[in-house]
Design a protein around this ligand. Structure first.
Ligand SMILES: Cc1ncc(COP(=O)(O)O)c(C=O)c1O
Length: 373
């Protein structure tokens, strides 16, 4: 095995996975220039159909970004002034920006410490007469407990919307993340597991009526929601992005197995108490490891060690959103003990489609040694 000591290891590799795609993407650009089909062309339609089929949804509507997808889905679900949306404080700020920009109020509940997703047992205490939506975020690619979330939603007549920006390819009880809620939202930001070569996103809908209305809203058509007229807007995905994403989609299974291999190397070295437990066979759980995170009580010392070894790492989400200045526009339901602890302890190791096995082994061993295992 080659000696990888001293080699710098980046957290993401946005270039190597594109090498085998380059000719196809360049040919796609050339075709676009020859035909002029720049807006809502054949690639947007094809990508919408391919992702809806892959995610077991009625339809998909390509939009400008994951943030735009969240905004449109929440708008259609009736979020606006005086409306509360229950979600997690342990997510990227875009999740709550969409709620706030619509005039609604994000309501935070604490996490399950094992999977770092919202703890469904805490949902009920957060529901008020103003609650309309539960916004479930599958953080780092780990599915939320959708059956428990849906049970609370059904009991109180709420909509479930999935923020699956980090979870393309993940399965819960054998079903794709993105197929559970009334709508779900994906991002094709270049660091995501299914990336574009710029910004892009999609709303996946389980109902044909929802799909028709989102399609209108993204393309300057006004629609009536709960009796009130809403203006449309330009929120289209670009044809060039749709074309590039389709090229990556065709390679997704191979790319995911490269990520899975890196995760398996880490799993073999890092003690279970410090990472996401390996899914038990037969449960239908599949995690795509958008991030491979570990929990380290004395994180600072490990950060120093990784930096000295030239290994890039990520810190998420420290502080969590209930400590962000936007909390002024949110409501916090109960103690955020686990969100605080995750913010203090979680560290994301490099994981991507082109991570050499010897780098994963070296990093896993550094972590193992740090943990005294
Ligand atoms: C959980 C989550 N929600 C929303 C977004 C927003 O997506 P975008 O950057 O495409 O707007 C992201 C990613 O950036 C994300 O990770």
């Amino acid at each position: 095995m080659p000696d990888s000591r001293g080699r710098r290891v980046a957290r993401y590799d946005l270039i190597t996975p594109m090498i085998p795609c380059k000719n196809e993407i360049l040919a796609g650009v050339e075709k676009l220039l020859d035909t002029g089909g720049y807006i809502l062309g054949e690639n947007v339609t094809a990508l919408e159909q391919e992702l809806a089929a892959a995610l077991d949804c009625a339809d998909g509507i390509g939009v400008a970004s994951g943030s735009a997808a969240l905004y449109l889905a929440l708008q259609l679900a009736g979020v606006g002034p005086g409306i509360e949306v229950i979600t997690t404080p342990y997510t990227f700020v875009a999740t709550i920006e969409a709620i706030i920009r619509l005039g609604g109020t994000p309501v935070f509940i604490d996490l399950d410490p094992v999977d770092l997703n919202m703890d469904p047992a805490l949902l009920e205490a957060a529901v008020t007469e103003r609650t309309k939506v539960i916004l479930a975020v599958h953080i780092f690619g780990m599915p939320c407990r959708m059956d428990e979330i849906q049970a609370v939603a059904d009991k109180h007549g709420l909509d479930v919307i999935e923020d699956m920006c980090q979870a393309f390819g993940s399965l819960y009880q054998g079903k794709p993340c993105g197929s559970f809620g009334r709508m779900s939202c994906i991002s094709f930001y270049p660091t995501k597991n299914l990336p574009g070569i710029g910004d892009g996103g999609m709303v996946l809908c389980n109902g044909a009526d929802d799909a028709a209305l989102i399609r209108k809203l993204r393309g300057h058509e006004a629609v009536r929601i709960n009796g009130r007229l809403h203006a449309g807007w330009n929120s289209r995905i670009d044809e060039i992005q749709a074309m590039a994403i389709r090229v990556r989609l065709a390679r997704f299974t191979d790319e995911q197995s490269d990520r899975d291999r890196a995760a398996a190397i880490y799993n073999g070295l890092i003690p279970a108490a410090h990472r996401l437990p390996t899914p038990r066979p037969g449960t239908g759980l599949r995690v795509t490891h958008h991030q491979y995170w570990i929990r380290v009580p004395e994180r600072g010392r490990l950060e120093e060690k990784l930096t000295a070894e030239g290994i890039d790492y990520g810190i998420y989400y420290d502080p969590p959103l209930h400590r962000d200045e936007l909390v002024e526009l949110c409501r916090v339901s109960g103690e955020m003990t686990e969100a605080e602890r995750a913010g203090r302890e979680v560290l994301a190791l490099p994981i991507h489609q082109a991570l050499p096995d010897e780098d994963a082994l070296r990093i896993g061993n550094i972590v193992r040694e740090h943990l005294g295992a």
